[in-house]
Design a protein around this ligand. Structure first.
Ligand code: G
Ligand code: G
Ligand code: MN
Ligand code: NA
Length: 256
């Protein structure tokens, strides 16, 4: 509860910042995207992981304000990169959206305003949502996803292939991208069964004309296997850790 109270203040007093994780073409190395990841530097407790504070924010409506802040800040950064770096900017900024945010009656109104005021072309914005919507009504999520699509943004399914609802998600959601979960990617080299699952998912995804991105690539050996399985985009510690904006600019060569 204490962290929940601190979090409201953290948003107001600039204790939050974003890191960016590069999404790369496995074939050309081209910078296809940047996933923004929130970080909290607590004045007393130090760095707190989003794995810890996002669930706390989700227990109250704090996630609504946090989600709005993350979207605004991601788009402010992306707008800067587009203007300052031109062709060297990432193609897409990918922003995590908590399933709980879908229960916010103002969600679409707020997202529409933030996107409009950002000056980032909506086609260069991707919203990531996990395939399991939990206790949020599936019909509500589907309706809101269609409303988001009408704003012109891309939708990605995060943690794809792990949940209990992989097929429901791919069938019901208007998706552009699936992000293959790290738990599948980590085992494709060692487990024939896992590779077979990824292969099947890849066929399904390709037939639906959906882009597949591998998450959590950690070794060089995984790359040819992913390409063989039909996955041509990836992110992971093998390429880079999530970076703050300055390091992202330097390491991704955004200024040439
Ligand atoms: O970046 P890291 O591995 O510490 O992230 C841990 C978890 O927190 C991941 O599940 C990630 O999706 C989630 N996360 C990170 N940033 C955000 C954010 O801005 N919004 C939401 N909803 N989740 C985030
Ligand atoms: O749930 P989501 O996919 O949004 O989680 C993103 C988190 O996954 C990021 O916080 C990032 O730190 C973590 N991540 C990204 N690539 C790797 C990787 O190669 N290995 C591990 N262990 N974690 C990763
Ligand atoms: Mn994600
Ligand atoms: Na994931």
């Amino acid at each position: 509860a204490r962290l929940g109270v601190d979090l409201q203040g953290a948003i107001r007093s600039h204790q939050l910042h974003l890191n960016y994780h590069p999404i790369l073409s496995l074939d050309s190395g081209h910078l296809e995207g940047a996933e923004s990841l929130v970080r909290w530097n607590h004045p007393v407790l130090g760095g707190i992981s989003p794995a810890e504070f996002i669930p706390i924010a989700e227990e109250s409506d704090t996630i609504f304000d946090l989600g709005a802040w993350v979207l605004e800040e991601s788009l402010r950064q992306m707008s800067h990169w587009i203007q300052a770096c031109k062709d060297l900017a990432p193609d897409v900024i990918s922003v995590n959206v908590s399933r709980k945010q879908f229960s916010d009656p103002q969600m679409i109104e707020n997202f529409a305003r933030i996107i409009r005021e950002s000056n980032v072309p909506p086609a260069r914005i991707q919203l990531e949502i996990t395939e399991d919507v939990g206790d949020i009504d599936l019909d509500l999520v589907v309706t809101r996803m269609h409303q988001l699509k009408q704003l012109g943004v891309k939708i990605a399914i995060d943690d794809f292939g792990t949940g209990t609802s992989t097929f429901a998600a791919i069938k019901s959601f208007p998706i552009d991208t699936v992000k293959l979960d790290i738990s599948l990617v980590s085992q494709i080299v060692s487990s024939i069964d896992r590779a077979a699952i990824v292969h099947s998912l890849a066929i399904l995804v390709r037939n639906l004309n959906v882009k597949m991105v591998a998450e959590g690539v950690e070794t060089a050996q995984q790359i040819p296997v992913l390409q063989e399985l039909g996955c041509h985009s990836a992110q992971g510690f093998y390429f880079s850790k999530p970076l703050d904006a300055k390091d992202f600019e330097t390491q991704m060569g955004l200024f040439g």
